[in-house]
Structures are given as C-alpha cells and as structure tokens.
Design a protein around this ligand. Sequence first.
Ligand SMILES: *Cc1c(COP(=O)(O)O)cnc(C)c1O
Length: 530
Amino acid sequence: MTMNTQGRPTAPASAMASVEVETVSGSKGLLQHEPLIFEMDRWNATGVDLPKTKGKTSRLGGLSRKAAVELPGLSEPETVRHYVRLSQKNYAIDLGLFPLGSCTMKHNPRLNEKMARLPGFADIHPLQPARSVQGAMELIRELEDWLLKLTNMHSVAMSPKAGAHGEYCGMMAIRQALLARGEAEPRKRVLVPASAHGTNPATAAQCGFIVDEISADKRGRVDMAAFKSKLEKSDDIAGIMLTNPNTCGLFETDIKEIADLIHEAGGYFYCDGANFNAIVGRVRPGDLGIDAMHINLHKTFSTPHGGGGPGSGPTVLSEALSPYAPWPVMVEDTSDGSGLLTYADHAGDVEGSDIEPFGRLTAFQGQMGMFVRALSYMMSHGADGLKQVAEDAVLNANYIQARLKHIMTPAFEGFCMHEALFSDKFTADGTETIDIAKALIDEGYHPMTMYFPLVVHGAMLIEPTETESKGELDRFCNALEAIAKRAAEGDESLKGAPYLAPMRRLDETQAARKPVLKWVPDNPQSVAAE
Ligand SMILES: *Cc1c(COP(=O)(O)O)cnc(C)c1O
C-alpha cells in the first residue's frame, strides 16, 4: 500500500490506469445518474394522500378532464432527491473559482444575503403606500448616492433590471435627446467597436439606430484612424457605445479623445460599464466625458448571476441626458413639509422642447433585493475597500497572464486589466479552444469564456476577480497549464473531454441549430391512463 504525505493510504498506481469505467446505473462515484423528472416514474401516482371525493356529482358540466394532467407522480423524498441531485450537477461560485470572462463571478458575501432577507426589505410590496416603506426608499436613495459618487455622474435611473436593460435605458435617453434637437433628419448611426459585447449592437438596433462597426488596432483598442474616418461625415452620428476597460481586458487609453470627438460630431457617448470592477474607486466615468453608462450591480457589487438572474443595471446619466431619464423618479415630498420620500411619475415636457422622457422602463422601481445586496457590499468594503477591489482584481488577472504566458499566447502585449485574454495560437493543429475548455471540466473548473471577444482567434477570456487567493489561482493555473501543454503537443485525447462529467461532449452546433425544446414521452398511452 502506498501512503501520502499525511500517512493516509492512497490507491496504488496500477489501479489508476486510465480505463473508462461504465457503471450499470449510469451513476459515477457518489453522483447519481438523474433522468428528467418526467421520465422518472409513474404517472398515476401522487405524493399527497387526499381523501376520496364523496359522491360523483360533478358541477363541471361537460368540461371535466379526459386525460391525465401529465404531472409526474413522485413522493416527497423522491422529489427532494431529484432536485438535490440536479443541484450537485451545478457548478457554483461557492464550489470553486469561476473563470468566466466578462461576467465578474466573485464571491457573494453571506452578509448581503442576510440583509436582503430582512422582512423590511424582502416582504414589502411595490403598491404599498410610500410612507410605509420609507426605510427601503432611503436605502435606494443611499445606493443612488454611492453610485453617483463612484461615477461622478449627474443622475441615475435605478429601474433597469440587467446590464442589457440599462443599455436600452441609456440609448432611449440618447434617442429622446437627439429628437429634442429638432434636426430635420434624426441621427441614426451608432459606432460600435468590433470587440463589443453582443448586447451593444443589439440594443442600438432595438432602439432604431444603425450599427456601424469600428475595427480594433493591433493593441486591442479602438483603431483611432478608423474611428476618425467614421466621423468625417458627422451629421448622422448619434453616438458611440464603448466598453471600458474593453472586452479584451484592456483600458481604452484614448477614451478622452474619443469622448471629445464624438461630442464635436454632435453625438453622445454611451459607455458599457459591465467591466467597472476593474476601475471602481480608481476612475470616475464622469471625468472621462461619458453621457450614459449602466452598472451591473450583479457583477461589480457581488451576487454572481447565472441562469437568468437576479440582475440589476442602474444607469448613470450626464447632465445633458438627465432630463430624459425614465420615470418614476424618487423625490422628497415638499407639499406637506414632511420631507417623506415618494415617487413622481408624471412625465412632464422637457423644458424648451416638446420631447418627453421616454416613459416608464418597468412596472415598478427596480430590483429591490439587488439594491440591498449591492449597498451591503459597498458599505462593508467602504471607499478604500472598493478601491482595493479594483486593484486586487487587476493584480489577480495579471498573475494568471504572467503564470501562463510561457505556454499560452496572450492576445495582446503588456499588462491586462481585470481579465487575461489568450488566443489559440499555441495549440497544435487539430486541437482548439473548445477542447481546452472541456478538459477544464474534468479538472473541476467551469470553463473560461471562449471564442469571445470575436476579434481574437479562438479567444479564451479568464476573469478571476479579486476574491481568489494566490493558492486558488495557483491551483487553477496548474490545471490549465497542464491542459495547455497537452494542446500544444496536439494530444488527441483532448477531443473527447470531458470524460468525468455527468454528460460527455455535446453536439453544440446541433443543439443551437435544432434545439429540442419539448419533451415527448416514449409511450404516450401510459401517460393518458389515469
Ligand atoms: C454582462 C455584460 C453585459 C450585459 O449585462 P447583463 O446584465 O447580462 O444584461 C453587457 N456588456 C458586457 C461587456 C457584459 O460583460
């Protein structure tokens, strides 16, 4: 028997031969194979014991159901086990480093959750009279104040419910501001760098603008010559949508010149603030000439998102755009001298123009639970702590870049900001980015963001965030380093990864082109019998 350094027995090397083990049950180790809940068992059973109805007089007329409701019939323990087993198949930030670039998947302090569950925040209703929820409204006010101080902007719209929704808010404000000028031809052209997140061109198009792509230069930043040539004909320029730091993980060093030139051309500057984590506390977007920017509370201010929520994308606006902010806005009620916070939702005309703000963005005021989490995160860090967030996030990403650049190819020269970006240049013919990503699953990590941004061939975008320790970063780098070495040597076995996950490699092209969205029972008759 062999022993490890703590004197515990380890499996002899011969037992670890790389045979693929198939089990009868489909389960692996202590992880049970899990079918869909619909495939699990009986259709005519129920987990609840209800007394038989007495008599047979139905008052439904001819409307009573002829076939089964088609709900699975599981007992309570079966139901509990089903969902617990599914949860074991999930990867989560509470299980390990989540390297997804552009997503800022940082640890979510438990304090946030405790605060968000306080009944005064969690159990209130948007239609309650404002005077009965003054504490919650004060929290929103305080959060607005932090956001405005951190960004040095003029106002903030709190209602957008995600980053993309914030983009929509900012671009709608820009559209109204352009209309208010009363120019004969409304300006339509929005410049969007080639490296932009897909939501940017989608938002511009959704708001009725025409997207005009600007190429990146070889430093991974906006190509200034290309940008200037786009401005030669300026009378149709509505604005620019730019991410800073950009999605290549690089600070746009010409940002002030870009802001000046776009303003000179008569357009507005929308900044995608999803990467604010890299500069929070260090750079104030308002000082850079930005007119509108969303802040992903669920990225920069913790609460990693996944599976569609929860998110929140407050959008800060410059003085020029503030009159076009969506309604409602929070105001102090001065009518009765009480100073109570209340919502004003009457959309009045903007002074000197007949163009109004674009109206309401959502039914109510925004994502209360997210507001509480974000403010809890801000207040527990303090101003100095938030500055350190940015510094540590950038340090961690540069550590990864430095540790791996001897084997992987950084996409651009020099230091990065909060994410390390590699191209697939180092891989041998036959292996590619997706093989590396899938092999990471076998090593116990969720893959990095891959094939994005599009300007880098076979891109691998890794964002560790500030919450990882050096030890954790080393463990991750060791795993990725070993896989990268195999990719550089053209190790064919990478093509079959993952080997150890509940599901092996899926046909992703087929899944995207021909998604199977409806479950069809193998034997429909058995379902119909009740
Ligand atoms: C996440 C992200 C968005 C969109 O934010 P959502 O909250 O997911 O809608 C936009 N731009 C960039 C660069 C992002 O990383």
